[in-house]
Design a protein. Structure first.
Length: 135
């Protein structure tokens, strides 16, 4: 069974797979690990907290896409932390991920030119609490 867990080692596990968020793990953040049979198979880093919003970065596979896991992740941001929006920033070239987050309910909001690595654009996606079907 896939389940969401909160554990200190999850942030470093995510950072080892997403170097672009490694610096987020030393700042204010919360990491939710997704485990199956006791082994980490994915994770979500909730970071860059502001008064009304948070950013998320994730390492996922299809086992992470169970309704109970999505409810845990979005419930954490919207209910537990009381935020009104979640923001994702995805490199423009990662088209399959951008299409996937659209199916989750995120809306494309804009582009940050050359913001990913100084060469590649980041596409900004947002989801408001009242748009989230997972909570």
């Amino acid at each position: 069974m896939t389940e969401a867990v909160i554990a200190p080692q999850v942030a470093s596990w995510i950072a080892s797979r997403l170097p672009e968020v490694a610096d987020k793990t030393v700042k204010a953040h919360e990491a939710i690990g997704l485990s199956k049979d006791g082994e980490l198979i994915g994770g979500v880093l909730i970071h860059d907290f502001s008064q009304h919003s948070v950013d998320m970065s994730a390492v996922i596979n299809e086992d992470c896409l169970k309704r109970n896991v999505l409810k845990s992740v979005f419930g954490r941001a919207f209910r537990y932390h009381g935020k009104t929006r979640v923001t994702l920033k995805i490199p423009r070239k990662q088209k399959c991920i951008r299409e996937f987050v659209g199916r989750l309910g995120f809306k494309e909001e804009g582009v940050m030119r050359r913001a990913f690595d100084g060469k590649q654009d980041l596409v900004i996606y947002g989801m408001l609490k009242d748009e989230c079907r997972w909570i």
